[in-house]
Write a protein that binds this ligand. Structure first.
Ligand SMILES: [Zn+2]
Length: 109
C-alpha cells in the first residue's frame, strides 16, 4: 500500500509548513499515473494525521488525467491508467502528464 508512504510524506511537509498552527484542510494534486487510490489516501490521511496539527483536517484530492505523446504517429492521447500504449498500437510514447503528486494548498487556522 504505497499510499501510506506517500500520505506520510504529504502530512510531514504540511505539518512542517504549519509551524505549530492548526491545519484545517489540505489540497493535493494526484496524477493518474501515480496509481494512488483516492479512498486509500483518505484513509491513510486520517491515520497519519492523528496526534499531529493536521488531526481532523480535510483532504481534498484533485485528480489529473495523464497525457502522453506518441513518437510513432505523433498523436497526443489521454492516459487513464498505467497502460502506456498509443491507440495506434505503439508503445513508443512519452508521458507528458499524470505523474504529479503535489500539495496545491493548505489552510491553517
Ligand atoms: Zn501512436
Amino acid at each position: 500500500m504505497h499510499e501510506l508512504a506517500i500520505t506520510k510524506n504529504v502530512v510531514d511537509v504540511v505539518c512542517e509548513h504549519a509551524a505549530g498552527r492548526r491545519v484545517c484542510s489540505v489540497r493535493v494534486e494526484v496524477g493518474a499515473l501515480t496509481a494512488v487510490v483516492a479512498e486509500s489516501m483518505q484513509f491513510c490521511f486520517e491515520l497519519v494525521t492523528e496526534g499531529t496539527v493536521a488531526d481532523g483536517a480535510r483532504l481534498d484530492i484533485d485528480h489529473r488525467a495523464g497525457g502522453a505523446h506518441c513518437r510513432e504517429c505523433g498523436g497526443d492521447f489521454v492516459l487513464t491508467d498505467l497502460v502506456l500504449l498509443c491507440p495506434c498500437g505503439s508503445a513508443d510514447v512519452e508521458v507528458t502528464s499524470g505523474r504529479e503528486l503535489r500539495i496545491l494548498s493548505m489552510e491553517v487556522s
